[in-house]
Design a binder for this molecule. Structure first.
Ligand SMILES: [Zn+2]
Ligand SMILES: [Zn+2]
Length: 149
């Protein structure tokens, strides 16, 4: 983790990508850093509206897009559910609790993310998502709800 204020980092990242820092982008990035819950675009919109009542859903999508392009956020997709956004750019995988529906960051050795590939294949990105039950949820009921692999 960096000790630099998040706004300085944000301005620099946006600038190197030819993008301007706007109040909306700062607000959206701040919201993502404040919560550790991997919100969906809709959840970000609901939160952003409290501070910036005139912000639109399109603006929120635009902000999230810009932040993903700058490498400040990563977009997390799990099956058909809505994309979620994660401000943790360190190597990690996501654990989805099927019982309470929360997402957790799980620290993982980057080497573990890359399986041994056949000759001629080169990986530059690999993502692992894990499903199960979190420490707050009973493992048995989570297993019973699990219909297919
Ligand atoms: Zn849980
Ligand atoms: Zn994450």
């Amino acid at each position: 983790m960096t000790t630099m204020p998040s706004s300085t980092r944000l301005n620099e990242r946006l600038a190197t990508n030819g993008l301007r820092s706007t109040a909306q982008r700062e607000q959206v990035y701040g919201l993502l850093l404040a919560g550790e819950d991997h919100p969906t675009a809709e959840e970000v919109f609901m939160r952003a509206k409290r501070e910036l009542p005139e912000i639109s859903m399109a603006t929120v999508y635009n902000c999230l897009d810009a932040l993903v392009k700058c490498g400040l956020l990563r977009q997390v997709n799990l099956d058909r559910s809505a994309s979620r956004y994660c401000p943790n750019m360190a190597a990690h995988s996501h654990f989805f609790c099927e019982h309470c529906g929360r997402f957790f960051d799980i620290a993982i050795d980057p080497k573990q993310l890359t399986p041994s590939l056949p000759e001629g294949f080169h990986a530059w990105h690999s993502e692992v998502s894990i499903r199960g039950s979190c420490p707050d949820c009973p493992p048995e009921s989570a297993r019973n709800n699990h219909s297919s692999s």
